[in-house]
Design a protein around this ligand. Structure first.
Ligand SMILES: NC(=O)C1=CN([C@@H]2O[C@H](COP(=O)(O)OP(=O)(O)OC[C@H]3O[C@@H](n4cnc5c(N)ncnc54)[C@H](O)[C@@H]3O)[C@@H](O)[C@H]2O)C=CC1
Ligand SMILES: O=C(O)C(=O)Cc1ccc(O)cc1
Length: 362
């Protein structure tokens, strides 16, 4: 990309895009109706502040606003910057394209300069203070060109994703919305449903919570105002999947109503096995093939520098840490560091760590 790039909406995603492009030396201008969001984005180095008096001719306008205003902001950008390519990054694609195609007063030939896109990377936080320039590194970025999108516009959208070190996928808007209903929107709903059960739970029960509950509910902390818009805009695709989930839930309720009846255990086993199969199909790191890692748990004293020493020593042993998570033992002054490594590396690593004095839970 040569720039300048104008980012409209300097929240979590807009400021992350700004940071990533600035790190490549690209001139970025950020604009947000919230003066605070814009000022924070400028302060963290995501770009320079939009100035109405400047005659700006951006190569690219990135619309990083909430989904329900995205189509209007795209339309205004297409009109206001007649030589710029305009992309948006909203989490739903079909509804926004349909809104643009039905918009009175928007010359339809301007849609040749528009490409709907969706980086499949985010956080459960919002706002520019949570932005990260590396957010998109090795993550999927979907380009949903419409029939009207020109080859030039698609090329510029592609360059944006590549400059941010993302991995590009090409989907139609309809394919995209079906796919994200399953891989993003259903997990969000399920996470919120499970977490909502905890609202009235006594603190004593919650003190038993381990990583299972934390894994399943991490994204329940997401921004409600954003998700109301996403779920509403993708309701038809989501409904199809939720009806399937309802059938499975009904079956499970029946089975558990008579857990010792003939066939009940087989039914439960089947459900678990189907879950195992689905889980094993989720691609591994960097979009590579699904990879099963082995986990080991190391007990560390709850004092500064322990985790850094552990990771340094694993590096000295010559093993790559694929993933890492922390758990705390209720009431004890120790942390449990769970480390995942390639299965072939686990036994040797356990032995080497124990020789070096680390307490490994076998
Ligand atoms: N949060 C996430 O994990 C992901 C979000 N997205 C999409 O990115 C977009 C932005 O989401 P976030 O950055 O998370 O939200 P955010 O709430 O952090 O930022 C949105 C920003 O847009 C601004 N804004 C509101 N109305 C505007 C308008 N008319 N013109 C320009 N800016 C306006 C807000 O003031 C706010 O600063 C959404 O469309 C969302 O669907 C895509 C991938 C991941
Ligand atoms: O945290 C995660 O796993 C996410 O999947 C974040 C996310 C949220 C919204 C999107 O449109 C895309 C990605």
């Amino acid at each position: 990309m040569s720039g300048p790039v104008l980012v409209l909406g300097s929240g979590l995603l807009g400021a992350s895009i700004g940071l990533g492009l600035r790190a490549r030396g690209i001139d970025v201008v950020v604009s947000d109706p919230s003066p605070t969001a814009q000022a924070v984005a400028v302060d963290i180095g995501a770009g320079r502040a939009f100035n109405k008096a400047e005659a700006l001719a951006p190569q690219l306008v990135v619309v990083a606003a909430p989904p329900d205003v995205t189509a209007q902001v795209v339309a205004d950008a297409l009109t206001g910057y007649p030589s710029a390519v305009v992309v948006d990054i909203a989490s739903v694609k079909g509804a926004i394209l349909a809104e643009l195609q039905a918009m009175d007063g928007l010359p339809q030939d301007s849609l040749s300069r528009y490409v709907g896109t969706h980086p499949m990377a985010g956080r459960e936080l919002s706002g520019p203070a949570a932005a990260r320039g590396e957010l998109f590194n090795s993550m999927p970025w979907v380009l949903c060109a419409s029939e009207a999108s020109s080859a030039h516009a698609v090329k510029v959208a592609h360059s944006l994703a590549i400059d941010l070190d993302a991995v590009v996928f090409r989907f139609t808007p309809d394919e995209h919305d079906g796919a994200v209903a399953l891989v993003s929107h259903l997990p969000q709903l399920m996470s919120s449903l499970v977490a909502s059960r905890l609202a009235e739970t006594p603190a004593s029960s919650l003190s038993l919570a381990g990583n299972g509950l934390r894994d399943v509910t991490r994204i329940a902390a997401s921004d409600p105002s954003l998700w109301v818009q996403i779920l509403g805009a993708n309701a038809p695709k989501l409904l199809e999947i939720m009806k399937g989930v309802r059938t499975d839930l009904d079956r499970l309720i029946n089975t558990l109503s008579a857990p010792t009846a003939p066939g009940a255990r087989l039914d439960l086993a089947q459900l678990m096995t189907e879950g195992n199969e689905g889980q094993s199909r989720i691609p591994g790191k960097h979009g590579g093939p699904a990879q099963q890692y082995s986990w080991l748990t190391v007990l560390v004293d709850d004092r500064p520098g322990q985790i850094a020493s552990l990771l340094t020593e694993i590096g000295e042993i010559g093993v790559n840490v694929e993933d890492l998570r922390m758990d705390h033992s209720a009431g004890l002054q120790v942390g449990m560091v769970e480390i995942s490594v390639l299965p072939a590396k686990r036994a040797g690593l356990v032995e080497d760590l124990m020789e070096r004095g680390w307490k490994v839970v076998q």
